[in-house]
Write a new protein. Structure first.
Length: 260
């Protein structure tokens, strides 16, 4: 009868109940392991280090300035974080003149970056000597990174196809006056026409660009991560990193952000 069949099924479920509950969990774990084991593109590791040389010629410096001006002009690709700027989506305030002279626009972009750093560091006792900012290396170091060359050189040095998607730059000033920059982008190991997001996110995070030990070198040090992408929108990726970013801003504890 229907009743006896139902009772029999209930008995089977009662006996196998724990096993039936475990099966979906095992499926989730297996999927997660498969996700994690996906081969990373090129020669990239999940985590690593990277060094990038400062531009060594007037031509190379001019190229970085052109790149920075172009990136800043988008008013979306450079997010800033400080003791006051704590939410995702706050962009570097750069208003460029409607001037056909590229050199004039690049000069204004540089001055706007310098002004923002001066204002943020000026809030921190002892963080900046306003009499020494006419030649201020930290501005140059930040600008040099917020250009196309470091990210391009990074992927090329690791054998990754140079198809960089939705690059995002993050500029940080911590409560103690550290100045750091980060770069995030989607990358792929399989280039396809029309691709706007890749299966992996790479993240480069600089050392403190204002630290005294940086003055003794002609290159900057970075840590990097390469992780499977959870979203196809870099703004969502960057927004998800805000809690670890604020650990760095508030306490100079950058390890969580570097490893995220």
């Amino acid at each position: 009868s229907v009743k006896s069949q139902s009772e029999a099924m209930d008995a089977i479920v009662d006996k196998a109940g724990p096993a039936l509950l475990v099966l979906p969990l095992l499926a989730v774990i297996a999927a997660a392991l498969l996700f994690r084991r996906r081969k990373l593109p090129g020669k990239l590791s999940a985590r690593g280090t990277f060094q990038h040389e400062d531009p060594a010629s007037a031509t190379a410096i001019a190229e970085r300035h052109r790149d920075f001006c172009r990136i800043a002009a988008t008013k979306r690709e450079i997010w800033v974080f400080s003791s006051d700027a704590r939410k995702p989506g706050q962009v570097l305030p750069v208003e460029l003149p409607d001037d056909s002279d590229p050199a004039a626009r690049e000069k204004v972009a540089y001055q706007k970056l310098k002004f923002w750093l001066t204002m943020e560091l000026g809030k921190i006792p002892g963080a900046v000597d306003l009499g020494m900012t006419s030649q201020w290396p930290v501005v140059d170091r930040a600008l040099w990174f917020m250009s196309a060359s470091p990210g391009f050189d990074f992927v090329m040095s690791h054998g990754v196809p140079p198809m960089i998607m939705q690059a995002k730059y993050l500029l940080f000033v911590s409560k103690t006056g550290q100045v750091r920059v980060a770069w995030l982008a989607f990358v792929t190991d399989q280039v396809k026409p029309g691709l706007t997001a890749g299966p992996f996110v790479v993240k480069l995070v600089s050392e403190d660009l204002k630290a005294a030990q940086r003055d003794d070198r002609s290159y900057s040090k970075f840590t990097y991560t390469c992780t499977p992408a959870r979203y196809d929108d870099m703004e969502k990726v960057a927004s998800g990193l805000v809690p670890s970013i604020l650990q760095g801003i508030d306490h100079d504890k950058w390890e969580s952000f570097e490893r995220a």
